[in-house]
Write a protein that binds this ligand. Sequence first.
Ligand SMILES: CC(C)(COP(=O)(O)OP(=O)(O)OC[C@H]1O[C@@H](n2cnc3c(N)ncnc32)[C@H](O)[C@@H]1OP(=O)(O)O)[C@@H](O)C(=O)NCCC(=O)NCCS
Length: 132
Amino acid sequence: MTYQIKISKDINIQDINEILDLIGWGAYLEDQWPIIKDKSTFMVEVLQDNKTIGFARVVDDTRMCMIYDVCVHPRFQKKGIGTLLMQEVLKYINDYNFATISLFYDMNNKGLENFYRKFGFELIPNAMRLKK
Ligand SMILES: CC(C)(COP(=O)(O)OP(=O)(O)OC[C@H]1O[C@@H](n2cnc3c(N)ncnc32)[C@H](O)[C@@H]1OP(=O)(O)O)[C@@H](O)C(=O)NCCC(=O)NCCS
């Protein structure tokens, strides 16, 4: 299977929204996308036959770095596409000397934890977030 890796902010919003819906996170609204594109510092898509089947993005300010929206179309999961996305994210990240590089994930999903551990991530006990 040949996949195309695209590093650009000229993203395929419709396909990415479809993936976000299918995995249950929910699509971003049309008027959110220009802001997301503007504030994100790195975006990567994996495509097959011009259709986006995987996406990830980074938001950073040269010191702090967060990885968001690592997602693969359910039909294409467990075929190495998440790994391709993370490899591209890490190539971007390795060009900087960030103080912290973080991401959120579903802690009930041990598989996900192992997925990120493969790339050198570890659990930390010192994070909090504002209650909604
Ligand atoms: C998590 C996700 C991005 C991984 O992408 P993927 O293309 O399925 O991952 P890969 O095929 O590259 O898998 C790499 C390894 O991680 C494992 N893995 C990945 N996701 C897993 C999961 N949810 N449960 C168990 N194992 C998982 C694979 O089995 C594989 O292991 P191996 O190398 O030993 O065979 C994808 O499953 C996804 O989009 N999930 C829904 C959204 C999500 O939860 N994103 C992460 C939020 S932080």
